[in-house]
Design a protein around this ligand. Structure first.
Ligand SMILES: *[C@@H]1O[C@H](CO)[C@@H](O)[C@H](O)[C@H]1NC(C)=O
Ligand SMILES: *[C@@H]1O[C@H](CO)[C@@H](O)[C@H](O)[C@H]1NC(C)=O
Ligand SMILES: *[C@@H]1O[C@H](CO)[C@@H](O)[C@H](O)[C@H]1NC(C)=O
Ligand SMILES: *[C@@H]1O[C@H](CO)[C@@H](O)[C@H](O)[C@H]1NC(C)=O
Ligand SMILES: *[C@@H]1O[C@H](CO)[C@@H](O)[C@H](O)[C@H]1NC(C)=O
Ligand SMILES: *[C@@H]1O[C@H](CO)[C@@H](O)[C@H](O)[C@H]1NC(C)=O
Ligand SMILES: *[C@@H]1O[C@H](CO)[C@@H](O)[C@H](O)[C@H]1NC(C)=O
Ligand SMILES: *[C@@H]1O[C@H](CO)[C@@H](O)[C@H](O)[C@H]1NC(C)=O
Ligand SMILES: *[C@@H]1O[C@H](CO)[C@@H](O)[C@H](O)[C@H]1NC(C)=O
Ligand SMILES: *[C@@H]1O[C@H](CO)[C@@H](O)[C@H](O)[C@H]1NC(C)=O
Ligand SMILES: *[C@@H]1O[C@H](CO)[C@@H](O)[C@H](O)[C@H]1NC(C)=O
Ligand SMILES: *[C@@H]1O[C@H](CO)[C@@H](O)[C@H](O)[C@H]1NC(C)=O
Length: 567
């Protein structure tokens, strides 16, 4: 056991050095930050298996993008692998600039093998932790990294300045080539094999075999406070995360400051980020950090626990983590924790960082989330599992929607996505297992410039209830209400929080429940809206909003960059 717990100390040093350089190398003025992303295959070894994975610059997880609010960023992505590829800068608003957003066939055609594309964007009005990931196939399993946006020079955090910062990227690992896993699932019309491990900064930790070199550790000093930038980069798993013996103070989610609150564990859905402060004020020792899946529906998941080490300076690597050795994580199906944790997250809503919640709604949308089965003669059961919003299973187009919109090419998409389901039923009542067909199409919603939208997402019991993290591109939104069961339009809106609701870009719709979000459609373009469980995205649980241009000079989609990939 002692042998399993040890890891080379230079790993730890390197991580700390890198973090240190990142913190101190910011120029004072806003600047152009240039990055080269070479998409290349690298053979890596985890859990006793070596396999080639797709990486950025041979690194896994990929490099961190460090910028300051106000900076311009230019990232030249060069594709050296056999797959088509595109990268999404998750949570960046990309004002008028969907060309740099990244989802393949939504805002751009993919970067093909041997080609390059430079994502060119400004980081405006945002600061905090976001992340980037591949946005095609299941390549984001290994193609992901952090985005750290520091506040403008001279602007402190609205919480105590930490001694140091660490990025904590949670992920999922498959022994097999993840594209083969996905392909096999699609061929059968069934869910692909679940992951074999979870990871923290690409490493599963000592609870897995052959992991002595594959444990992440962060070194802390007694009495100091640290900022952890936690990112859920997993494909399909909502995760709990905790540190043995140490509580956390949540101060930011999805690059928006929150009212600080104390918690023993956090819940984080794929796509979300959470910044926490941790005080190293316990007996100097080594403590486990751990992450494990939250799933409160009867659906099989990878429930294995990944660990890393929170290590006080001066404690040798041979010391076993202190008791209780694993942190107290909520039970895998702890709905009560999930609901109460999410309820605690509120916008900071200070004079400097106000919550500008739309109070008047121009457009009301009600979308049901459903699983279904469509005919597939070549699939195992003659059917393929699908997913839908308002019974529409989204079909990916052959060319990018944003180009089609900008150049007014007809026939690529239809703007008749239904604002509400065609039939009402007891959405979260008994499981519905008959007549599970869906209607298929590339259908989107057209939204008037600067109108305010309220969108209620309603989970259903079509096949099964399940929690779904929904992500909107191009915007943050306010989570004004949420509940279990069916949304009641006559009673629930009266209970909305319109004062300090959390503002974010990805929200979990509770299992068998609903969530209401609001946003002002002031960013023209075509913006993807989808479940951030890659399994469900692939099954069609997605649509897009076409936000029209405004009348003003600065209110229309920018012209496309010259190097924009073609289909
Ligand atoms: C990856 O590494 C393993 C172990 O070193 C080796 O057996 C395998 O051939 C390598 N694969 C490739 C594609 O290089
Ligand atoms: C992007 O990188 C590729 C590969 O290094 C290079 O050939 C290309 O000129 C670069 N593009 C730009 C705009 O710098
Ligand atoms: C970013 O800001 C610079 C400087 O203000 C401007 O020239 C450029 O057009 C902006 N880019 C985008 C995509 O908005
Ligand atoms: C998925 O799991 C099954 C059962 O363990 C196995 O037979 C199959 O090879 C796996 N598929 C892939 C692509 O790894
Ligand atoms: C962590 O917070 C809980 C309350 O949320 C409290 O009961 C517990 O004592 C705290 N633990 C530590 C180690 O501070
Ligand atoms: C994890 O899932 C497996 C089956 O997928 C199950 O046998 C096991 O009991 C689960 N473990 C926990 C702790 O829930
Ligand atoms: C949660 O899972 C445990 C077993 O891991 C089970 O005993 C318990 O009944 C489950 N709770 C709920 C509410 O389903
Ligand atoms: C497919 O068929 C198998 C075997 O009959 C059955 O166990 C399974 O539940 C079916 N799956 C679906 C999604 O219909
Ligand atoms: C919906 O179904 C649930 C569970 O079966 C039931 O408790 C509830 O009364 C139903 N609601 C309506 C409006 O029929
Ligand atoms: C969904 O659409 C399909 C195909 O049009 C139809 O057969 C099915 O009844 C619809 N289901 C619901 C819940 O509206
Ligand atoms: C959008 O509408 C709001 C409220 O009417 C207004 O204050 C704001 O200036 C408008 N924004 C734009 C970009 O037109
Ligand atoms: C890559 O994308 C292009 C453009 O959409 C498409 O024609 C081609 O078939 C794709 N290649 C692969 C391997 O999917």
């Amino acid at each position: 056991m002692a042998h399993m717990m040890s890891f080379p100390s230079h790993t730890c040093l390197l991580i700390i050095l890198f973090g240190f350089i990142g913190l101190t190398s910011f120029p004072v003025e806003a600047a152009i930050k240039k990055y080269q992303f070479d998409i290349q295959v690298k053979n890596v070894s985890r859990l006793c298996h070596a396999k080639p994975i797709v990486t950025v610059n041979g690194r896994f997880p990929g490099p961190t993008i460090y910028v300051r609010e106000g900076d311009r960023v230019q990232i030249n992505v060069t594709n050296h692998v056999k797959y088509n590829l595109s990268i999404h800068w998750h949570g960046l608003k990309q004002y008028r600039n969907g060309w740099a957003d990244g989802p393949a066939y939504i805002t751009q055609c993919p970067i093909q093998t041997g080609s390059s594309y430079t994502y060119d964007f400004n980081v405006t009005g945002q600061r905090g932790t976001l992340w980037w990931h591949a946005h095609i196939l299941w390549l984001r399993a290994t193609v992901y990294g952090a985005i750290v946006i520091m506040p403008k020079p001279g602007t402190p955090f609205p919480f105590p300045q930490p001694a140091r910062e660490f990025e904590i990227l949670l992920g999922e690992w498959w022994h097999k080539d993840v594209e083969e896993v996905e392909k096999q699932g699609n061929k059968m019309g069934l869910p692909p094999n679940m992951s074999d491990a979870h990871t923290i900064n690409g490493k599963p930790g000592p609870l897995f075999p052959c992991s002595e070199k594959h444990t992440y550790a962060m070194e802390v000093e007694q009495g100091k406070t640290y900022l952890l930038r936690i990112i859920n980069a997993a494909l399909n798993d909502e995760l709990f995360f905790a540190i043995a013996g140490h509580n956390m103070t949540v101060v930011e989610v999805d690059a928006v400051y929150t009212k600080p609150f104390n918690t023993e564990a956090i819940l984080i859905a794929p796509g979300q980020t959470t910044n926490v402060l941790v005080k190293a004020n316990k007996l100097a020792s080594r403590y486990f950090m751990a992450t494990r899946t939250f799933m409160d529906a009867p659906i099989p998941v990878d429930n294995k626990t990944a660990t890393a080490i929170f290590q006080y300076k001066g404690i040798p690597n041979t010391v076993l983590p202190s008791l209780p050795s694993l942190p107290h994580l909520p039970a895998g199906n702890d709905t009560v924790f999930a609901l109460s944790y999410n309820k605690k997250i509120r916008s900071l809503n200070s004079a400097q960082y106000p919550a500008n919640v739309p109070l008047k709604v121009d457009r009301n949308l009600f979308l049901t989330i459903g699983l279904g089965k469509n005919s597939c003669p070549t699939c195992i059961n003659g059917t393929r599992l699908v997913a839908s919003l308002n019974n529409v299973t989204f079909v990916m187009p052959q060319t990018a929607l944003l180009q089609a919109h900008y150049f007014n090419n007809k026939g690529v998409f239809r703007t008749d996505f239904p604002d509400r389901p065609s039939t009402t039923f007891n959405y979260t009542g008994a499981p519905l297992t008959a007549n599970l067909g869906t209607s298929i199409g590339t259908r989107v919603s057209k939204v008037a410039f600067n109108s305010t939208v309220e969108l209620v997402l309603q989970d259903t019991n079509l096949l099964s209830v399940e929690s779904h993290p929904f992500h909107l591109h191009g915007y943050n939104f306010f989570v004004v209400g949420t509940g279990v069961g069916n949304f009641d339009p006559s009673k629930d809106p009266a209970k909305y929080n319109l004062v300090d609701p959390v503002e974010r870009n990805t929200v979990g719709v509770p299992t068998g429940g609903w969530t209401a979000i609001r946003f002002r459609a002031d960013n023209p373009g075509v913006w993807f809206f989808h479940c951030h469980l890659e399994l469900h995205t692939g099954w069609g649980l997605k649509t897009a909003f076409v936000v029209e241009d405004g009348p003003g000079q600065d209110q229309s989609v920018l012209p496309p960059p010259k190097d924009l990939p073609a289909c």
